[in-house]
Design a protein. Sequence first.
Length: 231
Amino acid sequence: MNNKVVLAYSGGLDTTYCAVYLQKVKGLEIHALTVNTGGFSDKEIEQIASRAKSLGVASFECVDVTKEYYDSCIKYLIFGNVLKNATYPLSVSAERMVQAIAVAEHVKKTGASYVAHGSTGAGNDQVRFDMVFQSMLPGVEIITPIRDLRLSREEEITFLKDNGVEMNAEKAKYSINKGLWGTSVGGKETLTSKSSATPCRPSNICRPSHSLMAWEGISMSAIPSLASKAG
């Protein structure tokens, strides 16, 4: 075995923690991979790359799987009018599988002995990543620091600060996932039903700069009518 680990890296709090922890505590060589499913602009990708390099990763790559994501998944969700509880688009769950496959392919490319992701133990992302990795990467060890150490976001921020990495504490309170099919925001208010979310108007909600639906002759404005016909 070697000391290479491919880290599914988004540039957010959880994966930033993983990058620092895996280097300084585990002594591993980090190969960070960002998988763009249509939610990142060119400028954002540059910022993510710059941050990864500032953390001392051995390599950073960004792969754009937007077209594959649409062709293999999104168009079927549109055609089938697939909504969880007839309300919620399956945006995050759908893209995680595509992202996990891309990460697994990068592990094969680099020959890494380890693969890591920043999922917590609270949701289903951990299952999606682990299932793909176990299927595609037999013999490769999966490392999940946030889940295994049961860390709070406050503990992650403190660890990073102690290791010379500053995070915007206010912004880091929330986990924002942007992709072609939607944007989701998670934070302390969403962990339980005891409190309500703080009213806000996010300024960085993903609005795709080009419509992949056009490849199938579909415009974004046509989606509601398609959904009603499918229903």
